[in-house]
Design a protein around this ligand. Structure first.
Ligand code: SAM
Ligand code: DTB
Ligand code: SF4
Length: 330
């Protein structure tokens, strides 16, 4: 078995130095590290499905699913198993290797968790990797998710510890770290990243990436989201991130976490093909694939296929599975 990578020994000054280095030097370094650990022309494809949309009690200032803000997102009940399976089959047919189920919860309630465990067993039986993002978990919930076959749990730190209280006041940074600890102890892989464009400084970005890289072991998957500004949310008018600065975040993530899949996540549909190509050059090797994220649009699958063709990129194979059985959905 492969040994888990060690937490990084980078210092904040050194990471700030990376951010300040000439762009070409930074990209060259990131690309070299990328090539030492991955096939540079392979991209992992994850498809997202919102299994429970809207009505969330939390106050994350970026999120259209909080019931505190007047966005266009309506609260909907948890989807049925058939609905989830139909979407998982579509995702698999379109070429995704991982299916990520998201819920607008502070954390899952018992009744909902029981149903989500069923989704996980069924999606897993299709031969897809499974991922879920359900908010805060306790140790027992994490254990039950792992037992049901959940491969990855997504729980983001979102930003630096110092800037976090400007963005979310209904739960603490320490709560998030505790959930990540439960996920690890339960034996699942960790998907943990953040958002760029919340009004944070370069130092906040450096601190976030450093914090992620110091998790022991660091996350296997690191989603880097660009804020999708949604009308009605407190961050609807946030100034747009300079695209060059965004690429720098990807490159620094790659350098600090050499063996992680770095995912070019939300915000991609507002990016030019050239900007996405630069992000891949900087070490991004995963995307959300499919027309929708949770509540906001994502790139068309056709557009993505054409981009892959133009750049000579291929979809990465999923992890080898011993027991991928076919499942019939009525
Ligand atoms: N409710 C759960 C939670 O917050 O952990 C799971 C779902 S939540 C929508 C998952 C992640 O989506 C957030 O942590 C945040 O990083 C990202 N996200 C939400 N709204 C976003 C937006 N408008 N732009 C970019 N990323 C966003
Ligand atoms: C992550 O880091 N990004 C995804 C996923 N994890 C769950 C969510 C992006 C959400 C973007 C806003 C929306 O569609 O509601
Ligand atoms: Fe709720 Fe998650 Fe949105 Fe925060 S990010 S408001 S916890 S759905």
């Amino acid at each position: 078995m492969k040994e888990a990578p060690s937490p990084s020994s980078w210092t904040l000054d050194a990471v700030l130095g990376l951010f300040a280095s000439p762009f070409n030097d930074l990209l060259y370094r990131a690309q070299n590290i990328h090539r030492a650990h991955f096939d540079p022309n392979e991209i992992q494809l994850s498809t997202l499905l919102s299994v429970k949309t809207g009505g969330c009690p939390e106050d994350c200032h970026y999120c259209p699913q909080s019931l505190r803000y007047d966005s266009d997102v309506e609260s909907e009940p948890l989807l049925s198993l058939d609905q989830v399976m139909a979407r998982a089959l579509q995702a698999k047919a379109a070429g995704a290797t991982r299916f990520c189920m998201g819920a607008a919860y502070r954390g899952p309630k018992e009744r909902d968790l029981i149903r989500i465990l069923e989704y996980i067993r069924a999606v897993k039986a299709l031969g897809l990797e499974t991922c879920a993002t359900l908010g805060l978990l306790d140790a027992d919930q994490a254990r039950r998710l792992a037992e049901a076959g959940l491969d990855y749990y997504n729980h983001n730190l979102d930003t630096s510890e110092a800037y976090y209280p400007e963005i979310i006041t209904t739960r603490r940074y320490a709560d998030r770290l505790e959930t990540l600890e439960h996920v690890r102890r339960a034996g699942m892989r960790v998907c943990c990243g953040g958002i760029v464009g919340l009004g944070e400084t370069i130092r906040d970005r450096a601190e976030l990436l450093l914090e992620l890289s110091r998790l022991d072991p660091p996350p296997e998957s690191v989603p880097i989201n660009e804020l999708v500004p949604v009308p009605g949310t407190p961050l609807a008018q946030a100034p747009k991130t300079d695209p060059i600065d965004f690429v720098r975040v990807i490159a620094v993530a790659r350098i600090l976490m050499p063996t992680a899949h770095v995912r070019l996540s939300a915000g991609r549909s507002a990016m030019s093909r050239e900007l996405q190509a630069l992000c891949f050059l900087a070490g991004a090797n995963s995307i959300f694939y499919g027309e929708k994220l949770l509540t906001t649009p994502n790139n068309d699958a056709d557009e993505d296929r054409a981009l892959f063709e133009a750049l000579g990129l291929r979809a990465e194979d999923p992890l080898p599975r011993e027991s991928a059985t076919s499942v019939h959905v009525a």
